[in-house]
Design a protein around this ligand. Structure first.
Ligand code: ADP
Ligand code: ZN
Length: 359
């Protein structure tokens, strides 16, 4: 399957396959072969997939080198970027050289950032290996690193030449990471595409069993949903805000739990709050809310943040970097498959949604 992502500045394909066989063909369709190429991966992904990728590509590039970063979000920082630049200089990578990000969101974000900045920008290709990176990070052109404990504080918008997704790499992904990706996939159903939500619910067993055809469909439709929004709003001014459904509540929970839960898990909890908020506004029914929690739970996602104080979550929400001028932006459903940003939610409404998830 293939999907074209259109942005203001360019267009690139997302290729979805169940192996790496067509990776070289994808490169050959660009003008990137015959150059120096550096594959960036992490210490978990490299032992499983790096050699296979290098074998496919070597012989078609001037030289193929690789650089492995330590796995984990706490290495997504400028120190790692500096080490990468040093390696690039040592390997004499130049403006024509190409980077390949082979890994999850961390590898994708940092490689994209290095690509955007090294000698003022070199081409890069994404080969996302987590479900989250496949359905979320591969569209939108956000690259960056954390700084002084602030997530994605330093970064750039920079688009890849193409994204190559092999859904079978999900077989080795830790189950929690898989579930976290499903939280974002389910999110698209609620905010953009009701039929897609139905598809996920109807095919939940096959998704859990990682059947290639359904996973390809999940990745394809998620990317299509995100691409639709991003296409209309590349620099996050209006429409794109709806992608933050569940995130304003979720980020607060994520911070307060001290990163005991991973991002997608907190988004699931945040969506429960957002759905409750939407129900209180009359946009969805209590059955809809129940169905949402059921599908999230089916994928082993939490929907409650027991142990947190309502007041703490509320205060934490104001620290979110997307909270503008001291006002909370709550993404609310109009109905299932459609959402809007509420900038004037009352404190009572927000507090009652938080109360719902912490009790
Ligand atoms: P995300 O994509 O959620 O932002 P990471 O890039 O941190 O997250 O990836 C999550 C974890 O899963 C990391 O420890 C990473 O090394 C590991 N990982 C990524 N892809 C795979 C895979 N296909 N198989 C096994 N482990 C993987
Ligand atoms: Zn998210």
């Amino acid at each position: 399957m293939e999907l074209q992502v259109t942005t203001k500045t360019n267009q690139y394909p997302i290729i979805i396959e169940n192996n790496f066989d067509k990776l070289l063909t994808a490169f050959e369709k660009t003008d990137l072969t015959g150059r120096k190429l550096c594959v960036i991966s992490d210490t978990n992904v490299a032992p499983i997939y790096l050699e296979g990728i290098i074998n496919i590509l070597k012989g078609h590039f001037l030289k193929v080198v690789s650089y492995i970063i330590p796995a984990g979000e706490n290495n997504k920082n400028l120190d790692t970027v500096r080490d990468m630049y040093e390696f690039f200089v040592k390997e004499q990578l130049d403006r024509r050289s190409v980077l390949v990000a082979l890994g999850g969101g961390v590898v994708g974000d940092i490689t994209g950032f290095a690509a955007a900045t090294y000698v003022r920008g070199i081409p890069f290709v994404q080969v996302p290996t987590t479900l989250l990176a496949q359905v979320d990070s591969s569209v939108g052109g956000k690259t960056g690193v954390d700084f002084n404990g602030h997530k994605n504080m330093v970064g750039a918008f920079y688009q890849p030449h193409f994204v190559y997704i092999n859904t079978t790499v999900l077989n080795t992904l830790p189950p929690r990471e898989f579930s976290a990706g499903m939280a974002e996939a389910i999110k698209y159903g609620y905010i953009i595409d009701r039929d897609y939500l139905k598809y996920i619910i109807d095919n939940k067993e096959a998704i859990k069993a990682l059947e290639h055809h359904v996973m390809a469909e999940v990745v394809y439709t998620s990317c299509k949903c995100k691409a639709y929004v991003v296409d209309k709003d590349e620099k996050e001014t209006g429409l794109r805000e709806i992608l933050n459904f569940g995130h304003t509540f979720g980020h607060a929970v994520e911070t307060l739990f001290g990163f005991k839960l991973i991002h997608g898990e907190c988004v699931a909890i945040g969506m429960a709050a957002g759905l409750y908020f939407s129900m209180k506004r009359g946009s969805i029914t209590s059955e809809d809310l129940k169905e949402a929690e059921e599908i999230l739970r089916y994928f082993d996602l939490p929907v409650r943040a027991k142990g947190l104080e309502t007041k703490d979550v509320f205060e934490q929400m104001f620290y979110d970097k997307k909270t503008k001028d001291g006002k909370l932006n709550i993404i609310v459903l109009k109905k299932i498959g459609s959402a809007y940003t509420e900038k004037n939610a009352s404190d009572e409404e927000v507090l009652s949604a938080i109360k719902y998830i912490v009790e």
